[in-house]
Design a protein around this ligand. Structure first.
Ligand code: ADP
Ligand code: MG
Length: 484
């Protein structure tokens, strides 16, 4: 259930649509041969095209086209074989052309749909309106000189894929789930690294409010400068309440672009929102319409990896995992691969339990990703195998795991060297039981006269005496016999 906000005049809901700018992974820029690597010294990756020298002509980078098509396919969206680059006339101080080459009436990718997974286990479908290609702008730097601004054009001309969603999202939780799933899909596809903190994935949040039950949408504001999921959620919280207050006071919402200020936790008006006609879009005369062949699209389709939702469903069907466990395990390709190595021909639920509860638990605590795990997937698989074939108990396995995490050692070696093998020899266990019974005659009497609870005490003593190595199931059975 989406969040409902109780106002003074009734219940309100939010309507949210996102425009996500994802920087495509390419070696060179959308229309020039300059490099795109992040973090280079300022203005070292600027060609004459990017600097907009007179007479320079843009040449379309086919890698950018391929990444856009790949992404469109991954978003279950229609690929448009005919698309057009247009000039969007707007003065960006860090884009020297004086206009941005973008797509407008004919984007390369049309309508589609993705599934998002909500924390309560619900799955919701969110419509994709389109994906179009456009140039990124550079960066203005205002804090290095008291009276001057600097500009770094390295990013100017990079390939952006703008992914526009339908206004299908209803609260911050859904927005978080949408951004998480989108980033996951982009990373699986290898079309964008999804690093929001480096700015390679940025979201503009469009939000309006309406009374619950209303079918028309209200007037929206667009919030820029949202560079994390947390920031998006905080901005939505603030902005929805601001709009409701305005409306309940008898005012109206102005369609405008607002800026999220993370220091004050507020949105501020930046400029009134332009309509499309203000941009004077027209087809860029330097670029021909882009015409693709169906065969080209089909060839790209053949190279797509198994995508997050497919993988999730396969993990549920073939490993018998629940939706939640499956969704945790597929959240990155490397995590999913890790799990599959651990589960290989072993008890999959036991494997999932060790990966999620033990390994991810401690990695999270240490702020490490699965790639940085000191325990290899092969070794964790061996540990699960040792539990499954009763070589060690689950209790001992936790100690072995702790040691593996410290040293990266092979669990079979640890078990061998420390003599941790589970005792499954009936005679040996019986000998321990006899000793425990002899040492605790008073408790035996009490047990026999009806104090059933003492059974746990005897199990504990036998396990302790065996240094945790006795097979618990056998201890239970043999104790029952001996005490009856
Ligand atoms: P523009 O280029 O003017 O920003 P776009 O069509 O690119 O317009 O993006 C509009 C975005 O705003 C889409 O994500 C859409 O889902 C969302 N949107 C449209 N109308 C509303 C509304 N009334 N409330 C909230 N979001 C809206
Ligand atoms: Mg927009």
């Amino acid at each position: 259930m989406a969040e409902i906000i109780r106002g003074n005049t009734g219940d309100w809901e939010m309507v949210i649509g996102l425009e996500v700018h994802a920087q495509a992974i390419t070696e060179s820029k959308l229309f020039s041969g300059a490099a795109t690597a992040f973090g280079a010294a300022p203005n070292t990756q600027v060609s004459l095209v990017d600097a907009a020298m007179p007479g320079m002509l843009p040449v379309l980078n086919m890698k950018s086209v391929e990444q856009a098509v790949r992404t469109g396919l991954g978003l279950n969206s229609k690929i448009n074989l005919y698309s057009v680059f247009e000039r969007k006339n707007y003065f960006y101080p860090d884009l020297p052309q004086g206009y941005q080459i973008s797509q407008y009436l004919h984007p390369i990718v049309g309508e589609g749909e993705i599934e998002i997974d909500l924390p309560n286990g619900e799955v919701k479908k969110v419509g994709i309106t389109r994906l179009h290609l456009e140039q990124d702008a550079g960066k203005s730097i205002h804090d290095q000189h008291p009276t001057k601004s600097y500009v770094d054009l390295n990013r100017s001309g990079n390939t952006l894929m703008e992914i526009v969603s339908e206004p299908d999202l209803r609260d911050g939780i859904e927005v978080g789930a949408y951004l998480t799933k989108l980033r996951m899909i982009l990373r699986y596809l290898g079309t964008c690294d999804g690093n929001m903190d480096e700015g390679s994935m940025r979201a503009d949040v469009n939000i309006s409010v309406r009374k619950v039950g209303e079918t028309e949408y209200g007037t929206r504001c667009e919030i820029k400068n949202v560079n994390s999921i947390k920031a998006a959620q905080a901005a939505i919280d603030y902005e929805s309440r601001r709009q409701i207050e305005l409306l309940e006071d008898g005012g109206s919402v102005d369609q405008e672009t607002r800026l999220w200020d993370p220091a004050q936790n507020v949105t501020r008006s930046m400029r009134s929102k332009e309509d499309a006609h203000d941009y004077r879009y027209f087809p860029d005369p330097d670029l021909l319409p882009l015409e693709l062949e169906q065969g080209y699209v089909d060839d790209i389709k053949k190279t797509l990896p198994e995508l997050p939702d497919e993988k999730k469903h396969r993990f549920m069907d073939s490993y018998g995992l629940g939706a939640y466990d499956a969704s945790v395990l597929i959240s990155s390709r490397s995590r999913a691969d890790y799990f599959e190595t651990v589960a290989n021909d072993r008890d999959a639920k036991l494997a999932a339990n060790w990966v999620i509860n033990e390994l991810l638990g401690i990695l999270n605590k240490d702020g490490k990703t699965i790639e940085e795990s000191p325990i290899t997937s092969e070794n964790l698989g061996k540990l699960v195998g040792l539990i499954e074939d009763n070589t060690i108990s689950g209790r001992i396995a936790k100690d072995v795991f702790a040691e593996m995490y410290e040293s990266g050692a092979d669990p079979e070696k640890i078990v061998e060297e420390k003599g941790l093998k589970q005792v499954t020899d009936t005679g040996a266990i019986e000998a321990i039981i006899d000793k425990v019974i002899a040492d605790n005659q008073d408790k035996v009497e009490q047990y026999k006269s009806g104090k059933d609870k003492l059974f746990g005490f005897f199990v504990g003593q036998v396990m302790k005496e065996s240094q945790g190595k006795a097979n618990p199931q056998m201890v239970n059975e043999l104790l029952k016999k001996k005490l009856s």
